[in-house]
Design a protein around this ligand. Sequence first.
Ligand SMILES: CC(C)(COP(=O)(O)OP(=O)(O)OC[C@H]1O[C@@H](n2cnc3c(N)ncnc32)[C@H](O)[C@@H]1OP(=O)(O)O)[C@@H](O)C(=O)NCCC(=O)NCCS
Length: 175
Amino acid sequence: MDAVDRCQLRLATPADRGFVLDLSARCFEHLGDYRAILGGWLAHPGVRTTLAVDPTRGPVGHAMQAFTRGPLDLRPTATLIAIAVHPVARRRGIARLLLDAALDLAGAEAPLIDAADRMRLEVAADNPAARALFTGVGFVHRPRGDGRYPNGQRYLCLERRLTPAHHTAPCAPRA
Ligand SMILES: CC(C)(COP(=O)(O)OP(=O)(O)OC[C@H]1O[C@@H](n2cnc3c(N)ncnc32)[C@H](O)[C@@H]1OP(=O)(O)O)[C@@H](O)C(=O)NCCC(=O)NCCS
């Protein structure tokens, strides 16, 4: 069995900050200063960051989430702030594993967060891999949330309903 197929999920600790920010910079720096932007989110006590950890390589991916409330929102929304997988570990189901875990966590916590019932995220319009990842689990385009990243690229706002028991098939990464 490939080591990637044995990935485990755990919450990040302060010791994981370097991994999370290095991978974020590598994946998102063309969009803006995402080492600094995500560094700010990471330090916030309301943000949950989940790591996918390969027993041989160590951490290979992360997903960062929080409940937020925009000025026009009637209730808080679970926001997927970022999800990223190291290039050496891609196309093995790790992002899907992290995304399912993020939906499960948000679905479990939502009833405690002023009846939040949706997860929302932003994805670059020219990122077909990520768009396929998200639409594959039911996210749909919410045009009024669209905008631009700090460096000007267009992003699309996607959204899906949370369910208290968002449970998908067993989350083993694929071979
Ligand atoms: C997008 C990203 C997170 C996907 O990670 P991954 O672990 O390779 O994704 P998975 O193997 O779990 O793939 C799940 C689904 O995503 C889609 N997908 C992933 N990579 C894809 C690619 N290169 N081309 C097309 N679809 C892709 C597919 O629908 C795939 O399902 P399938 O394998 O049944 O076709 C990864 O490419 C990445 O880190 N990119 C840089 C950061 C980023 O763009 N993050 C998203 C915006 S916040």
